[in-house]
Design a protein around this ligand. Sequence first.
Ligand code: AMP
Length: 189
Amino acid sequence: MTARRMLLLGPPGAGKGTQAERLGKSLGIPQISTGDMLRAAVQAGTPIGRQAQAFMDRGELVPDAVVIGVAEERLSQPDARRGFILDGFPRTAAQASALDAMLEKLGVSLERCIAIHVDADQLVQRLLKRAAIEGRTDDNEETIRNRMRVYREQTQPLVDHYRARGVLRELDGVGTVDEVAARIEAALA
Ligand code: AMP
């Protein structure tokens, strides 16, 4: 049986978004990216967008309360009942606890946490390339360095949280999109 309730954990530039989108399409379940939702809110000029923008531009985390609200609303929608791929959430211990509580309320459990590893030099190269292609305002070198530090300090410790639950699978994120996708599929089996 392939897992259908999962999260992808990895530093910025590890390929979470690309893999989550592809996997979501192939499994017919939504990719839930808090980064995409926050960017849409900034673009639309909503109150959440206005709260989030300055943090995002600096490469810092948007406050837990804001992000938890966004994630909970999305996870509660009907299309997430059949499964979901969380991409970029949770990123802090408080968000991981909130996710546990949300899922309990929904009566479901997380089946997999896929941790994608890529070394720091490769990540910076990938992010600078993405900056040139997509023009994301948070893909400049200083912000990139900040996002990596934030990941190391606040998000990486979540690996232990999911290891302790027995749902963690770790894999190498270096390779072609197809190669990494095949590793993820194997880890979901
Ligand atoms: P991403 O597209 O996932 O790299 O997210 C881009 C930016 O959105 C991050 O650098 C944060 O400022 C913000 N963000 C996205 N997801 C979260 C989260 N779970 N917690 C806090 N901030 C987030």
